[in-house]
Ligand binder design. Structure first.
Ligand SMILES: Nc1ncnc2c1ncn2[C@@H]1O[C@H](COP(=O)(O)OP(=O)(O)OP(=O)(O)O)[C@@H](O)[C@H]1O
Length: 613
């Protein structure tokens, strides 16, 4: 910045000196026409310092001086020109004051000498001026060059600055890149260490792979052997499968034959059978008036005992003997009893309707026989039958049979049906009605539960016994005053053989059959007893009518016989338990029960046929 004014001064100076130079060079011409202005001005300057030179002292050397000296007389000098000349005179005067070796001092009179000196000086100055001008020119050129150079340099500087900025930007970018690189290099070193680990692992795995390859090749050869043996086995399997098919056919044929034979045996035994069961006394023994011949398990004798006149011995007065399909004494276990009826249960799976009911006075052991205890050896007919049904069905699955089971539990109390599997509010109980559709007996609004295993059925049985209506009597504090009917509908399908079967296993615990006088029943109890006895009498009548092959069977007279119609007719197998109380007080009731059972036992109901399609 500080150099710029200097440059401009120089420029001014250069211009002024060149003007002066020009003026001086053109001076002779101007002198010739005697019109030059600037030399006059210079003369004016000189005049101010030196005494005026007379115009007559012109010479060749002094022509200029004379011309200079003649300047003022011309008079017309512009102010601007004067200033330029003053600058010029300054240049001219300076060497005069500071110049080199001084010339020998002239005498005051030696004006010519002095003029000559002056002229010499002037020439010197002119020479210097010329050389200065040249120098000046050179300098000007050099200045111009320098300026151009400077401009160039500045441009270069600018471009370099710009480049520097760019470099800085790039540097920053590079710094970022460097950071990135550092990161990458640290990652790289991490990766390298990982790579080393991986390399080690790879080596280990390669070794393992080699081992595995060897194993694989060994196993491949083993596999090839196995393939061969597999093919052999497959062939064997094929032939075995053919054998299995053949054996299945044989098995099915055998099963069909077994069913037929089984049914024949059941028919020979009678489609209605009666078993008598005498419950033990409280001490486990047997009362004197009941006699069970030891060698025979089919007869029972009821003997009327009277005290002798002395009162010391009992005299046997009247004897009533009865024969049944089987008589169980007080020691007979639940298992023994069930073994005798299990063949009938099998018939249910073969497609025959099976009905088993227990008849007897209150407390004679009907519920014990049919239901028994919930678990263990004292379980009764119903849980054991259910167990057998599911076990046998499972076995038959292997022969292509598929079974579906539907359970229902109904109670007949005072000639009214009650659903024992009903779980809703008691107030909302719907009315149940027995309907006969397609020769099948159904109950409207009754709960029919699909069951798939024994436990489900046992759960339903316990629900039913909870719901079962019981009423207190003087003879048995847990006496049931209603008939309970458990039904298991069984449907079997063997698609492979295109065979179907359908049957119902019906297990009935009848209400107590005691006489009215003995039970001392009154009011509601009397009504109950009338209904119970009415339905039991009708059961006897139905069985007799069936035995006599009467045209009219009074099924509809009571709800019990109407409900059991399907299980009591020709297409069914019926088993009746007559339960006897051994106490002497129950003699009359026992006799009644045995007479009723005997009547049933004498019945021969038509040949049963399986419900097969
Ligand atoms: N064979 C038997 N062995 C041992 N105990 C028996 C036998 N039979 C019945 N009992 C017992 O006798 C009592 C009465 O039996 P149960 O309740 O089965 O009579 P019930 O005929 O069903 O009476 P209800 O008609 O009132 O239902 C029960 O305590 C029962 O355990």
């Amino acid at each position: 910045m500080s150099r710029l004014p200097v440059m401009s001064n120089k420029r001014v100076f250069a211009r002024s000196s060149s003007d002066v130079g020009q003026d001086l060079e053109t001076e002779p011409a101007q002198r010739n026409d005697a019109e030059a202005v600037r030399p006059q001005a210079a003369a004016t300057v000189v005049v101010s310092k030196r005494p005026p030179v007379p115009a007559s002292t012109k010479s060749v050397r002094g022509t200029r001086a004379a011309t200079v000296a003649a300047g003022p007389s011309r008079g017309k000098i512009s102010c601007q020109t004067t200033l330029g000349l003053m600058e010029q005179s300054h240049l001219l005067v300076m060497p005069l004051c500071t110049g080199g070796a001084r010339p020998p001092r002239r005498d005051p009179w030696d004006l010519r000498g002095k003029v000559s000196d002056m002229e010499d000086k002037l020439r010197n100055y002119q020479t210097k001026y010329k050389s200065t001008n040249q120098e000046n020119e050179l300098l000007r050129d050099s200045v111009a060059l320098s300026q151009a150079r400077v401009a160039e340099m500045q441009m270069e500087l600018e471009s370099q600055k710009k480049q520097i900025r760019e470099y800085r930007g790039e540097l920053q970018v590079l710094a970022g890149v460097r950071e990135e690189l550092e990161k990458v290099s640290s990652e790289l070193s991490n990766l390298q260490s990982k790579y080393k680990v991986m390399e080690t692992l790879t080596n280990a795995q390669e070794t393992e792979l080699q081992t595995l390859r060897m194993k694989v090749s060994m196993q491949e050869s083993t596999l090839a052997h196995l393939h061969v043996s597999l093919r052999e086995k497959e062939e064997q399997i094929c032939s075995l499968q053919a054998t299995v098919v053949q054996q299945k056919d044989e098995l099915h044929a055998g099963e069909m034959e077994r069913r037929q034979l089984h049914n024949t045996i059941q028919e020979l035994k009678g489609n209605i059978r009666v078993f008598c069961r005498v419950r033990p006394l409280a001490d486990g023994g047997l009362s004197k008036h009941i006699q069970l011949p030891p060698a025979d398990n089919k007869s029972i004798t009821l003997a009327k005992m009277e005290e002798s006149h002395t009162g010391k011995t009992d005299i046997q007065k009247t004897c009533y003997s009865f024969s049944f399909d089987r008589v169980f004494g007080p020691q007979a276990s639940q298992q023994e009893v069930f073994d005798e009826i299990s063949l009938l249960v099998q018939s249910a799976l073969d497609g025959y309707n099976v009905c088993c009911f227990a008849y007897g006075q209150t407390g004679s052991g009907k519920t014990y026989t049919m239901e028994g205890e919930e678990h263990g050896e004292s379980r009764g007919v119903i849980p054991r039958a259910v167990q057998q049904v599911f076990k046998t069905a499972h076995k038959l699955e292997a022969q292509g049979w598929e079974f579906t089971f539907t359970a229902s539990f109904v109670e007949i109390y005072n000639e009214t049906l009650r659903d024992l599997l009903y779980t809703e509010k008691t107030s909302k109980r719907p009315e149940l009605e027995i309907r006969k559709t397609n020769n099948e007996m159904t109950v409207t609004n009754l709960t029919y539960k699909k069951v798939t295993n024994e436990d489900q059925v046992l759960g339903l049985i316990s629900l039913a016994s909870h719901n079962r209506s019981t009423a207190q009597t003087t003879q048995n504090d847990r006496s049931s005053r209603s008939h309970s009917v458990f039904q298991l509908d069984i449907e079997g399908v063997n698609d492979g053989r295109d065979v179907k079967c359908k049957s119902t296993l019906c297990l009935v615990d009848l209400a107590g059959s005691e006489r009215l006088e003995k039970s001392q029943s009154q009011g509601e109890r009397f009504k109950e007893m009338t209904a119970i006895n009415g339905s039991l009498s009708n059961l006897g009548r139905v069985i007799t009518a069936l035995a006599n092959k009467e045209s009219y069977i009074p099924y509809r007279t009571s709800k019990l016989t109407y409900l059991l119609q399907g299980c009591l007719g020709g297409n069914s197998k019926t088993l009746m338990f007559v339960n006897i109380t051994p106490g002497p007080d129950s003699f009359g009731e026992s006799l009644n029960s045995l007479r009723f059972a005997s009547k049933v036992n004498d019945c021969v109901i038509g040949t049963a046929c399986a419900n097969k399609k």
